[in-house]
Structures are given as structure tokens and as C-alpha cells.
Design a protein around this ligand. Structure first.
Ligand SMILES: [Fe+2]
Length: 225
């Protein structure tokens, strides 16, 4: 029998009604394979296109096209988690990609267009940097959320930082402002992200497609040997 997409009794934390965080403990083997695959793809991409800014991380798009064990499973699991938390019956991925963070990489505060819910999954935390507890931290930084206004309920006093580890997954409304602080480790930190809607949207305009390679076609299912 295969792994359950959402194991029975899976513990889910909900710091806000629309935000849910969980940790999957059955991903060790898949994570190792995904990590090796994504480091190879990122290295290849960096050799091909010089990196212009640490603010981008290195992105490998289209999870469902990756010909590697675990990719199809994690793609389905992210959508299952999205549907379960949002209560929506259907899910269509508008865009998915891995972020490979090398030393110094960060992502400025942003939210996502063309998307209802966003999911982030942690493949590898890379190196934990003891000298900087905020190294590579994913945070939600949005004054509209009470979880970011804990001091007086009126103004943003704090970021919400889930306690991620390899196997963690978060879903949140795509309109919520989030960011990743500069990563200080040597071993790459790797996450996968999805933007998901209940139904397919019209194709992206040319301006919206900048930096996104065309989808190369879906890969088949691959099992671990
Ligand atoms: Fe994002």
C-alpha cells in the first residue's frame, strides 16, 4: 500500500483560521532523492544562466514535470492539503517551483497574484546556523493578521515564523505578505512552493511569464528503487 496523502490523525496547527502548518514524518527517503535532484538541477541552471541577485534564490519550475521519485507524490499531497484546509473540492496548480537557497539568498516581502492558496513544503533545512537563528526563516509579515499584531492587536508588532523542519508544509492565502530572511548556511536549503486555485485560469501573459520556462510536459510516476 502506498503512503496516505494525508495520514489519518495528522496533527495540524492553525495559528489563523486560514493558515495551517503540519509536519510529515514519512518523507525522509523522498526528501533525500528530491534534494539530490534539485541540487543537480540548480547547479546546471546556475552554469547556464548567471545569477543576477541573491534575492531570487534558484528556482526550478513545474514540480509535476520532474522525473524523480517523490515529485508526483508531493505535488498531490500539496493539493490535498490545500483542499482540506480551504474546504474547496477541486484544485488546479497555477504554478509550482522549488527554491534552492544558497548562502546569502533571501526573498523580499511579497504576495502572489493569480492564486487562491499558496503551499510551501520543506525538502531540506540545509545547515542550521546557530549564530543567526533567523537564517533562512520563512515568515509571514502582514499587518492584516492578528498573529502578526500580538502586542496591541492594531499594528504589526511581530512576524509569524512557523517552526519548520524537513517535511513541514504550510498553506496560507496567497494574498498574505511573506518573505524569507537571508540564508547563512553552506548546504543548500530547499523548499517547494505551489500557487493553487479551485479552477484553471487563462494562460499567463508574456509579462507574467518572465522568468518562468514553458512547462515541458508531465512526468510519469517514479518509485524509489
Ligand atoms: Fe512566496
Amino acid at each position: 500500500m502506498g503512503k496516505a496523502l494525508l495520514p489519518k490523525g495528522q496533527y495540524v496547527e492553525t495559528p489563523e483560521k486560514t493558515i495551517a502548518v503540519t509536519n510529515f514524518t514519512d518523507m525522509e527517503e523522498f526528501n533525500a532523492v528530491l534534494e539530490a535532484y534539485l541540487i543537480d538541477r540548480a547547479t546546471e541552471k546556475l552554469e547556464r544562466e548567471a545569477k543576477q541577485s541573491s534575492s531570487k534564490s534558484t528556482k526550478i519550475h513545474h514540480v509535476d514535470s520532474w522525473d524523480v521519485p517523490g515529485a508526483r507524490f508531493i505535488d498531490e499531497r500539496a493539493q490535498t492539503f490545500f483542499r482540506t484546509i480551504t474546504g474547496l473540492q477541486t484544485s488546479v496548480v497555477d504554478l509550482s517551483w522549488a527554491n534552492v537557497y544558497q548562502k546569502g539568498d533571501y526573498i523580499l516581502p511579497h504576495a502572489h497574484s493569480r492564486s487562491t492558496g499558496s503551499v510551501v513544503y520543506v525538502v531540506s533545512m540545509g545547515d542550521e546556523d546557530d549564530s543567526d537563528p533567523l537564517s533562512g526563516k520563512f515568515s509571514i509579515s502582514d499587518p492584516r493578521l492578528s498573529v502578526c499584531c500580538l502586542a496591541d492587536g492594531k499594528y504589526m508588532s511581530n512576524n509569524y515564523m512557523p517552526n519548520f523542519k524537513a517535511g513541514s508544509m504550510i498553506v496560507f492565502p496567497s494574498s498574505i505578505v511573506h518573505m524569507v530572511s537571508p540564508y547563512q548556511g553552506n548546504r543548500p536549503r530547499i523548499t517547494i512552493a505551489w500557487n493553487i486555485n479551485p479552477a484553471a485560469l487563462p494562460p499567463r501573459s508574456a509579462a507574467e511569464s518572465i522568468g518562468i520556462p514553458p512547462h515541458p510536459g508531465k512526468a510519469g510516476a517514479r518509485k524509489l528503487k
